[in-house]
Design a protein around this ligand. Structure first.
Ligand code: NAG
Ligand code: NAG
Ligand code: NAG
Ligand code: NAG
Ligand code: NAG
Length: 592
């Protein structure tokens, strides 16, 4: 087992380097690299506590009999892209991971050319089913189902595929080259199962709806569940979220007394009463732009249509789980802790030769608990609490004022693999720069224009992470506050990696999102950043705006990586509290 697991690790690394910056549909193939064995693995920038080495996107993570299962896309032959199987790891706590043999791999005509992404559904009997996209001999994308061979095995090591597959064929109205990633199925009060498959027609992204009585015979609905002019939809995810109780609610709202942060299982939707008191989220991954967006809305069980609330932009300008490097995410309901967890994949942004050199590529973001904010305006995410068990050596700072143009180093611990939480207090907003309304549509461009070295009124203030001692290498995570008029402010959260590395060939886009906070009222804003060698994963305003970025410092590595807090704005800011922890390294896909 030990040898097998290690081999798997190296093979994934190989496959990864053949597949930098690509999608299944528009895959870049490097034939000359595909069968080159990685001679060694360079661990310099390898992450410590982020899951690796998965590839591309997640396949239906799930919880079964006391174990979390993560399936991920993987090519065990390291050959041409197309031998995709579902690699499989298990964990009791989402922290320590054990690699198992692949769960699903090409073995039948209906998946002979690949087993692509999909989702798990736990049936009312407790049996988990996996729906996935298979590639048939004609290169058509078809949807298949698989079941565990041995339900008493909590590891769910072996899966079988009934001969009645595929359960969903692309009919004449569907482009068989753009038809993939089935969602977790849900069961309606009318006794029918439903699931969605991502697709497109021309420039229209589609979530195609299928219904079934028996989980075996699936019929396409006459109308798509939802669509928008965004290009192909990959990895659709549809799930309910709890709505916060209304203040002073009457007895009729008893059911809503639950805490709004708890998750809701899609299985609960068979109960019409539950279905009445939740909101729904539809998330899609945009194949064209390589980012995701979501809307929150209503779902009418009778007409089987999803209608986003008017306040949500239902296109490329929509809200995102993460404004950085985060794609093909999947959520799942965790019955052990009654929460919904979302997991995303972050690719590398260095070069293919770099990936060859380091022998690995691709990580998963930290699993995040996800819920609807009490005002219903957005989703909020926070690293699962288990991450805190990795916290080791602790340092803190409090009540420290940082004046215009000043910065200081947080010392006494090793920040290269750390968890940093802090809050900035802002007393005076009078110097905030004027906000140009045209900036509203493009936070990323604004962040590029006004980077961390461009002086401002209120901000930029924030962290320089993975910084060299001389500050020549540094990645900035910061806020900037603008005034849109006398009574209203706009807060920008920005990630600026333009100085992250001496290496000039690395792709280093600025990433940014606006933060929905009333800064004039709160007078402070919080930031948490998970630093892990080549990952900087930040949560602004307690999870309202998240940004993950990959960086590749040359000097700021190991013990030479430093952490600073800076303020380049005219107004003073005060750190009310800063807590920082070194993070331990968990067991990451080692032997069972
Ligand atoms: C992956 O990395 C490249 C940069 O190398 C980027 O252009 C691409 O959009 C990234 N993201 C995804 C989801 O593929
Ligand atoms: C099924 O799994 C259980 C638990 O791991 C094991 O004891 C049993 O031998 C397995 N059955 C078969 C037929 O492999
Ligand atoms: C079907 O999808 C493929 C992959 O995106 C695309 O190349 C092709 O043009 C599409 N065909 C039609 C008829 O739209
Ligand atoms: C810093 O943390 C320690 C525990 O590690 C605590 O005892 C102390 O009160 C904290 N100090 C400040 C200033 O927050
Ligand atoms: C200030 O801007 C906000 C947000 O753009 C707007 O809702 C509000 O009406 C404006 N107030 C005034 C006094 O113009």
């Amino acid at each position: 087992m030990a040898a097998a697991a290690r081999t798997a690790l190296v093979l994934v690394a190989l496959l990864q380097m053949t597949a930098v910056a690509v999608v299944r549909a528009s895959h870049v193939v490097y034939p000359e690299l595909q069968s080159l064995e990685a001679k060694q693995v360079d661990g310099t920038l390898r992450t410590g506590y982020h899951f690796q080495p998965p590839k591309h996107w997640i396949n239906g993570p799930m919880y079964y009999k006391g174990l979390y299962h993560l399936f991920y896309q993987y090519n065990p032959k390291g050959a041409v892209w197309g031998n995709i199987v579902w690699a499989h790891s298990v964990s009791t706590d989402l922290i320590d991971w054990t690699a198992l043999e692949p769960g699903i791999y090409p073995s039948k005509t209906f998946d002979v050319k690949g087993c692509w992404s999909g989702s798990a559904t736990v049936l009312p009997s407790g049996v988990p089913a996996i729906m996935y996209t298979g590639i048939d001999p004609d290169e058509r994308q078809v949807q298949n189902v698989a079941y565990p061979v041995n339900l008493s095995d909590p590891y769910l090591r072996e899966w079988y595929k009934p001969d009645y597959n595929p359960i969903i064929d692309p009919d004449s109205g569907i482009n068989a080259s753009a038809f993939r990633d089935p969602t977790t199925a849900w069961y309606g009060p009318d006794g029918h199962w439903r699931l969605l498959v991502g697709s497109k027609v021309g420039m229209k992204g589609l979530a195609v709806l299928y219904r079934s009585r028996d989980f075996r015979n699936w019929v396409k609905a006459h109308h798509p569940f939802h669509s928008a002019q965004t290009g192909m939809w990959e990895c659709p995810d549809f799930f309910p979220v709890a709505v916060a109780a209304e203040e002073g609610g009457s007895s009729g709202q008893n059911r809503r007394r639950h805490h709004y942060r708890r998750g809701v299982d899609t299985a609960a939707l068979r109960d019409a009463a539950v279905a009445e008191e939740v909101k729904y989220v539809l998330k899609v991954s945009l194949d064209l732009t390589r980012y995701e967006y979501y809307t929150v809305g209503r779902y009418d069980h009778a007409t089987d249509r999803y209608v986003p609330d008017a306040a949500f932009q239902d296109n490329d300008f929509g809200l995102r789980y993460d404004y950085g490097d985060f794609y093909a995410s999947k959520s799942f309901y965790d019955p052990a802790k009654s929460r919904r967890i979302v997991w995303g994949w972050a690719n590398e942004s260095d070069t293919v030769p770099d990936d060859r050199q380091k022998g690995w590529a691709g990580i998963q973001a930290i699993p995040r608990k996800l819920w609807l904010s009490p005002d219903g305006k957005q989703l909020v995410q926070w690293p699962v609490e288990e991450v805190e068990t990795l916290r080791g050596k602790h340092v803190n700072v409090s009540d420290k004022v940082i004046k215009n143009g000043n910065y200081f180093e947080v010392t006494g611990f090793k920040p290269v693999q750390s968890d940093v939480e802090l809050a900035f207090a802002i007393k005076d907003l009078s110097k905030a720069e004027k906000f140009d309304p045209s900036w509203r549509t493009d936070a990323q461009a604004l962040c590029k224009k006004l980077g961390s070295d461009v002086k401002g009124g209120v901000g930029p203030f924030g962290l320089w992470v993975l910084a060299s001692g001389d500050l020549k290498e540094r990645t900035a995570v910061f806020f900037r506050v603008f005034k849109s008029n006398d009574s209203s402010h706009v807060v920008l959260m920005c990630n600026d990696p333009t100085r992250s590395s001496y290496e000039s060939k690395i792709y280093r886009p600025t990433f940014a999102g606006f933060v929905d906070v009333d800064i004039a009222k709160n007078k402070q804003i919080a930031l948490r950043t998970l630093i892990d060698h080549s990952v900087v994963e930040s949560f602004g305003a307690r999870g309202k705006t998240c940004i993950l970025t990959r960086v590749y410092p040359r000097k700021a590595i190991g013990d030479d990586a430093h952490l600073f807090v800076f303020n380049n704005g005219d107004s003073d800011v005060k750190i009310t509290n800063l807590d920082a922890w070194e993070m331990k390294t968990p067991k990451m896909n080692t032997q069972q």
